[in-house]
Design a binder for this molecule. Structure first.
Ligand SMILES: *Cc1c(COP(=O)(O)O)cnc(C)c1O
Length: 355
């Protein structure tokens, strides 16, 4: 606490990202990064963009990238907004669309940044409990609200909800924005982008951090009706005109140009996920049906916190949430096959030592 902090700064409870330790080399399965490098064409584009033009501001409207994404998803450029990571896009969207008069709805178990944004923008939040199988009870979202945000697949549960459930939710909420955070959609889900054509209140948010291996350059985007995108631009242009730098713009464009690499690496992650899920189940773990680049697991006899600590001692980082309902679960990002073998071997040793 400092006397210099504004009442706003003093009231915040910031998000705590997964650790990026520097004390030794770990197998990092804790922040859902992609185990594969960005496409070689992306790295080439970055090298090319590192030139004398960096003295100039980047394009404030990010035209070339906006058009690239619009083409890729078959929408108009006026329906695309890009930002400095999807976290920034989500924050702008909370500010642009959510009504402080009524509570914002999101699940009790979900991406913990939503609560942080709600507080930052002075919004009330109402947490809707996931059912006992960790599925989203869509019918419970039929209540007074100032807006809804839902990730699909949800995090950290990894569970995908069907598109029809979102169609219903959008149809029953014509006066409020329903935000669908598709950070993990490329790992086996069907995007809600097609719903944007039907519903002016649908905002689909995606990121290049996970499926496109670009967490380090910070690019996210939203697709929605023209009026929603204009709302986002109003907020963005009240904070920062140049949210994406020249290097990030070049990298993001090159990523959408290398479809083969994107398909190959996401498919590889999916295959590794399926193999790891099978092995975990054989070892006695409960594993949700993941459509993301991570698995959400629990063991009937060994506490998640113990597993987390012992894995860490063996040089493997996973994510443990000290939170009601999920404090006996671990979220494990999908690494390479070699990394997952090392993780499963370490886990096997821990489980065996307990017998
Ligand atoms: C990783 C993640 C994000 C943020 O991604 P960035 O684009 O890196 O900011 C947003 N939502 C969910 C659910 C995520 O897991």
């Amino acid at each position: 606490m400092s006397k210099y902090w504004s009442p706003l700064a003093a009231s915040l409870v910031p998000y705590v990202p997964g650790e990026q330790p520097k004390d030794k080399k770990y197998i990092k399965l804790n922040t859902n990064e992609n185990p594969y490098p960005p496409s070689p064409k992306v790295l080439e584009a970055i090298r090319e963009a590192a030139n004398a033009d960096l003295r100039l501001y980047p394009d404030p409207t990010c035209d070339a990238l906006v058009r690239k994404i619009a083409d890729y998803y078959g929408v108009r450029p006026e329906q695309v907004f890009v930002g400095n990571g999807s976290d920034e896009v989500l924050a702008f969207a909370f500010g642009a669309f959510f009504d402080p008069a009524d509570p914002i709805l999101f699940p009790d178990i979900t991406y913990s940044f939503y609560k942080v944004y709600a507080e930052f923008f002075g919004l009330k939040a109402e947490l809707i409990p996931l059912d006992e199988r960790f599925e989203v009870p869509f019918e419970l979202f039929d209540r007074e609200n100032g807006g809804i945000v839902l990730p699909n697949p949800n995090a950290p549960t990894a569970i995908l909800a069907p598109l029809d459930a979102f169609r219903g939710l959008l149809a029953r909420n014509p006066d409020h924005v329903v935000m669908i955070d598709e950070a993990y959609i490329d790992f086996g889900g069907q995007s809600a982008v097609e719903l944007v054509k039907e519903f002016p209140n649908a905002l689909v948010v995606q990121t290049l951090s996970k499926s496109r291996s670009l967490a380090g350059i910070r690019v996210g985007f939203a697709i929605g009706s023209e009026e929603l995108i204009e709302g986002l631009n109003r907020v963005k242009n009240s904070f920062n005109s140049y949210t994406l730098d020249r290097v990030a713009l070049a990298a993001a464009i090159a990523s959408f140009d290398d479809e083969v690499y994107f398909r190959t690496t996401t498919e590889r992650v999916i295959l590794t996920r399926e193999a790891a899920s099978d092995k975990l189940r054989q070892m006695g773990f409960e594993v949700t049906d993941s459509r993301a680049n991570f698995v959400f697991i629990s063991h009937p006899a060994i506490a998640a916190k113990t597993l987390f600590e012992q894995l860490r001692e063996k040089g493997i980082l996973v994510r443990y949430f000290n939170q009601p309902r999920i404090d006996n679960h671990l979220r494990v990002s999908i690494g390479t096959d070699e990394e997952m073998d090392a993780f499963l071997t370490a886990l096997q040793e821990i489980v065996a030592a307990r017998r």
